[in-house]
Design a protein around this ligand. Structure first.
Ligand SMILES: Cc1cc2nc3c(=O)[nH]c(=O)nc-3n(C[C@H](O)[C@H](O)[C@H](O)COP(=O)(O)O)c2cc1C
Length: 201
């Protein structure tokens, strides 16, 4: 079947994207607003986009009423954010933070998440996250329908010690990291079914 983007609704376009581009990694993003209120929410329109400097990208849809979500608002206002990666033990708390809540609700308290200060920026990181990346806003791209793409530079990587199996050369054990991924709707994936293909020289 063929779909021309000019003839489909934003909801259909979202369904086509979110049910075909998967599994998607999940960024559990912590931010603070200008008043100092902390916020946490998960986003799976997320990936690494460069390494010199290290760059990540996040894609935000608007709330159902057309307003911008708290996370992109906070990133634009303060220029900083933390991307925390998500493993299975963190999944339930992550899901609590995906509820549509007003900006004055502290999702971190609601989900009983433990936070620790970041090294270089105001938003805290999540103690339970296997990996956290302190980021600064590099650029933002507004979309016609009100959505927003945020491009961020990673300033600090925090990786749980047991995930690093060698420091020189650096080696990480992805099975210890064990990130979960977003599929479509309420479905999530694990990285427990893997296979290898050697790359040609
Ligand atoms: C696993 C998962 C992935 C999500 N990915 C996105 C996403 O990529 N973009 C988006 O706008 N919302 C996404 N959401 C929805 C947001 O988490 C939700 O709208 C949240 O309430 C936003 O919170 P905020 O207003 O505090 O930023 C996702 C939700 C879940 C559970």
């Amino acid at each position: 079947m063929h779909f021309a983007s000019e003839n489909i609704s934003p909801a259909t376009a979202y369904k086509l994207l979110s049910s075909t581009i998967l599994p998607r990694p999940i960024a559990f993003v912590t931010t603070v607003n200008v008043a100092g209120q902390t916020n946490a929410a998960p986003f799976s329109f997320f990936n690494a986009m460069g390494s010199e400097p290290p760059v990540v990208v996040l894609g935000f849809q608007t709330n159902a009423d057309g307003t911008q979500k708290d996370t992109p608002n906070n990133i634009i206002e303060t220029g900083v954010f933390v991307v925390n990666l998500v493993d299975e033990p963190l999944a339930a708390q992550m899901n609590i933070c995906a509820a549509t809540l007003s900006a004055d609700v502290d999702e971190i308290a609601l989900a009983q998440l433990e936070i620790i200060p970041s090294l270089g920026i105001a938003p805290p990181r999540l103690r339970a996250a296997p990996v956290s990346m302190e980021c600064k806003l590099l650029n933002s791209v507004p979309l016609a329908g009100g959505g927003l793409i945020i491009i961020g530079e990673v300033l600090h990587f925090h990786v749980r010690d047991d995930i690093i199996t060698s420091q020189d050369p650096l080696r990480l054990d992805i099975n210890k990291l064990a990130p979960i991924s977003r599929l479509n709707g309420p479905k999530y994936g694990r990285i427990t079914d893997q296979f290898e293909i050697e790359r040609p020289k």
